[in-house]
Design a binder for this molecule. Structure first.
Ligand SMILES: Nc1ncnc2c1ncn2[C@@H]1O[C@H](COP(=O)(O)OP(=O)(O)OP(=O)(O)O)[C@@H](O)[C@H]1O
Length: 201
């Protein structure tokens, strides 16, 4: 499998071009880091690759075909703010099972307690909520994961725990991962290769 952004051009409304003629390709099983100064468009590119934004120019393809418009999104996005990624009127059990039903072992390895399933999102800490978002994104139909500052708000131990699970599942399911992070050490430790977004423009 290959997730490819080709000749991507993007701007918000009539604002300045954020991305121009940008190319990126991630293969199954690869862990790719993306770096570049604040505001250069890393989050925007991640959202485009996951199909959340439509590029003005260029294309996003999965093995040469456009991303599916309906059903489970094979390119899952987990970003920094889990509270913005869940429905406040759903119990956590519903959020968790939105796209697939994660097994107990995944929940346990992410440190998700059974009792949390009956809670509302506002009854969990940001870190606890993020674990649900990670579990939800690791479905058996996930082919690529865009992790945009996914563990930035977590302490070092929780960060390590979550990345351990994500990389383990990614390896088993041959998921390609794009890591967006300001933490150079994290990128260095996790990624097979790093791309510089400024250099790609
Ligand atoms: N919804 C929006 N409407 C208008 N401009 C936006 C919007 N979202 C982002 N931008 C602008 O697009 C540019 C790229 O933002 P983006 O969040 O993709 O950068 P980034 O590289 O991820 O930044 P950071 O490292 O600070 O998170 C910034 O100049 C930002 O102000």
């Amino acid at each position: 499998m290959l997730l490819e952004g080709k000749n991507i051009g993007f701007r918000y409304d009539k604002g300045p071009w954020i991305l121009q003629d940008t190319n990126i390709a991630i293969e199954s099983g690869e862990v790719v880091g993306i770096m570049g100064p604040s505001g250069c468009g890393k989050t925007t590119l991640g959202r485009i690759l996951a199909g959340y934004e439509k590029p003005y120019e260029g294309s996003v393809t999965l093995n040469g075909a456009p991303l599916p418009q309906k059903g489970y999104n094979p390119v899952q996005l987990v970003f920094q703010h889990p509270e913005k990624a869940v429905n406040g009127r759903w119990h956590m059990a519903n959020t968790l099972n939105e796209g697939w039903e994660p097994h107990d072992d995944i929940l346990a390895s992410l440190g998700i307690e059974k009792a949390w399933l009956k809670r509302w999102p506002n009854e969990l800490s940001g870190g606890e909520l993020q674990r649900f978002c990670v579990a939800r994104a690791l479905g058996t139909k996930t082919q690529f994961l865009i992790a945009d500052e996914m563990t930035t708000m977590l302490d070092a131990i929780t960060q390590a725990q979550i990345w351990h699970v994500v990389l383990d599942v990614a390896k088993k399911q041959n998921i390609g991962v794009l890591v967006v992070s300001h933490e150079k050490n994290l990128i260095k430790r996790l990624c097979h290769r790093v791309v510089d977004l400024e250099a790609m423009k």
